[in-house]
Design a protein around this ligand. Structure first.
Ligand code: SF4
Ligand code: SF4
Length: 94
């Protein structure tokens, strides 16, 4: 299977974010209770692959309709703020 792409991420304070795009090669989502981006990392330096587009490597949100066997099967996701935390906005309870 192909890893889902991160279409956009509004969390510009994250080290992997440049101009609304994620450049982490594979993020991890979820702590079972919340669809947080676990890869979120705040530091002054920017990281990731500047030529790469972020993708979802793994997701622990088993109750999301896009999740099967702790992997995301959505064609792509969006990430943004929910109550000041970086969250998968594509999360949808099954
Ligand atoms: S998706 Fe996660 S790792 Fe990527 S830029 Fe957004 S908060 Fe950072
Ligand atoms: S859409 Fe659902 S399965 Fe995919 S990363 Fe977001 S919470 Fe996980």
């Amino acid at each position: 299977m192909e890893m889902p792409v991160i279409n956009a991420c509004e969390v510009e304070e994250c080290a992997y974010n440049t101009e609304g795009a994620c450049h982490a090669l594979a993020i991890t989502v979820g702590d079972v209770r919340h669809a947080h981006c676990d890869t979120f990392f705040r530091t002054p330096a920017k990281g990731g692959d500047p030529l790469g587009i972020g993708q979802v490597g793994a997701c622990k949100m088993a109750d999301c309709r896009h999740n099967s066997q702790f992997e995301c099967h959505a064609p792509g996701i969006n990430v943004g703020y929910v109550e000041s935390a970086a969250n998968c906005l594509t999360y949808s309870r099954a």
